[in-house]
Write a protein that binds this ligand. Sequence first.
Ligand code: CAA
Ligand code: NAI
Length: 725
Amino acid sequence: MAASRRLVQSVAVITINHPPVNALSSSVRHALVEEFGEATKDPKVEAIVLSGSNGNFSAGADIREFGTSAVKTVSLEDLNSTIEASKKPVVAAIEGVALGGGLELALACHYRVANIKSRVGLPEVLIGILPAAGGTQRLPRLIGVPAAVDVIVRGRHIPATEALKLGIVDEVVQDNTIDKAVQLARKTIGRPLDKRRLSIHPIANNLYMQDLLDSAEAKAKKQFRGAKAPLACIEAVRAAVHLPFHKGVEKERQLFLSLWATGQPQAQQYAFFSEREAGKWTHPSGGRWETVEPQRVRTAAVIGLGTMGRGIVTSLSKANIPVIAMEQDAKQLEIGKKAVNSLLEREAEKLKQQGFAPEGKLGTVHFTLNFGELKEVDLIIEAVYENMELKKEIFRKLSSVCKADAFLCTNTSGLNIDEIASVTNRPRQVIGTHFFSPANIMRLLEVVRGQHTSLATIATSMHLGKVLGKVAVLVGNCPLFVGNRMLGPYLEQANFLIEEGCYPEEVDQAMEEFGFAMGPFRMMDLAGLDVGWRSRMEKGLTGSKAPEGLPARQRQGSRYSPLADILCESGRFGQKTGKGWYQYDKPGGRNAVPDPWVNDFLRKFRNTYQIQQRSSSPEQIVERCVYALANEGFRILEDGIASCPEDIDVIYNNGYGWPKHRGGPMYYASTVGLPKMLEVLENYSNANPDVPSMKPAFMLKKLVAVGGPPIKEWRTQVGKLANKL
Ligand code: CAA
Ligand code: NAI
């Protein structure tokens, strides 16, 4: 049964039963209508408690039903109106999560009791829609317009203690949530309920309200460039302010339908399910890591406390895992210790605000210079400089010091995992755990399997990712792995565009209007231009000097842009030096301002090389950069480095500021249409045979040849095609 009912004293306890998260599918809605009907009619019932089974109230509407006919049966808002109108008091007993339609259901109840560990929220905006079962109309009436706008537009999960402060729930309890809800329900029998019916609450409509909504709209336009759902959420709250409840609900429904027509919800829901499927992979032997029991990581160590190491230590500690943090000398150890402690203090403060006792939540960190102390640690993450010889030296030491079953991980951003593993006595337990900066905040974790990495090592690393609250994606071992490898052709096109006539700010603006959090030039300035430059110099890959002393625009027979190298030669490393593709008010400054020096330099560069300046429209800029990115994605599929397009999209959505409402670069390719993408790449490639990265990938051609199937079918096509290569 999708819902059940039992009588406790004179209270009917109705329980939603739809594992794993009690999504409100059509069958659940039907069952709830029936159980409420029965409870309302039953003279023995004086009050009702609504709860969920298996420790969860409800995660909201069943996302899989969107776009199907199931969604048209009993509407959740009709059910909510029935509950709210009930003459018998109804109390929601919230355990686990009450999200989206789940919270909307609870808002229709007259009272809400929440367990201290529960979370509530209206996260619809994150899947491209808006709360469409009265949530945008009831929440502002309950907690006021400013707080409601914040909750609905950000879609964040709100811990119970904060929900109590905001007034979303009436009571927070430590345990026995349902019993306590029954007690509250009994106390409310016979009390007047009108004040508890949110739909008839008055709502303030004044000039201040208009200003507030206008500025929320302006902020959302800037922050979520191109995404329609945040704006629809604000419009719906505006309707709550201006219109009577039933009209507001109609507006909410209309907005839902118009959002659906934009295609953005489909992209974001694809991204939602891709994330849950991420990293599934079959070993050539047929084995699957998902079926292998992960080892428990009771203790961990991090070697190197620089930019990445300090974030990784914090992330482990946040997950309550005791960490040993190691550095190369006393000075670096002291610097690392200060940085880690300051990050931990911030985390503790956040936990305190959420009502947790911080000392009970954060794992301890022990700082040391002594490798001997790593003897008993379960898992070690190396995060020293990106230098193969240094990494090998560390792994040799780890191999001799650490216990036999310890896992050895490297945070390298692109070095060969097999080469690192080759110096150890346990290549099966060596794996890449590629965190993103800042590691305590960014959600993405690329888990890189080497040739010998065992399924148990993969399972343990993927599970650790989940424990750390990350989205872990399993990828194969190749230079730069997936995310950074795809960036190469993307940045190359950005550079070619400015050689040919665009300015950095034009390219950035086009990409930011497309929805990227940051255009390529602002991103390079933030990351530091010197990082790539040094690595190119180490490998002898900077543009060698042409006979006339000018930097060459060819490298190993291919077109090469020396612009970034020239900037670095003049000490322009980006934000850190206060100058790069842009200028900043000081070294470390963040406000990028177009630099006349750069534009003058570009003009001279074009003159020197006799490049005829031509302009490119924002559409052309986007096309060149994004098609280059996706084309490399097809190559990555071809090489078996990512096992499906969804994994690539999860990487880009969570690690590279890709606009989520566009689903990811591979999903975007599917919406552009593969034949069109192929044609554009072929035209470019024919005109520019010296740019191999734009040569259409074999996998793209093959997918077009089999009729350009929808993306959900690529996984099987990719498997079949990759086998034939
Ligand atoms: N609909 C359908 N399936 C859902 C779902 C939903 N709302 N929420 C979660 N699931 C599924 C997941 O796909 C996953 O399925 P598989 O086991 O088959 O992979 C399973 O439930 C467990 O989910 P997670 O792996 O994500 O588990 P978790 O414990 O890490 O997270 C969660 C649980 C916090 C509820 C998370 O799943 C989540 O955020 N869910 C979405 C919540 C949401 O967006 N709700 C709004 C829905 S739209 C709505 O309600 C519209 C409206 O106004 C009526
Ligand atoms: P960093 O230069 O900020 O820090 C490296 C740290 O390692 C320094 O504190 C240094 O003292 C320490 N170290 C060097 N030799 C050591 C030794 N023998 N024993 C102990 N500690 C030693 O470097 P960063 O940026 O943190 O990078 C670390 C690794 O993470 C590199 O492999 C890098 O490619 C990778 N990475 C970096 C990202 C970034 O954005 N910075 C992103 C993802 C991966």
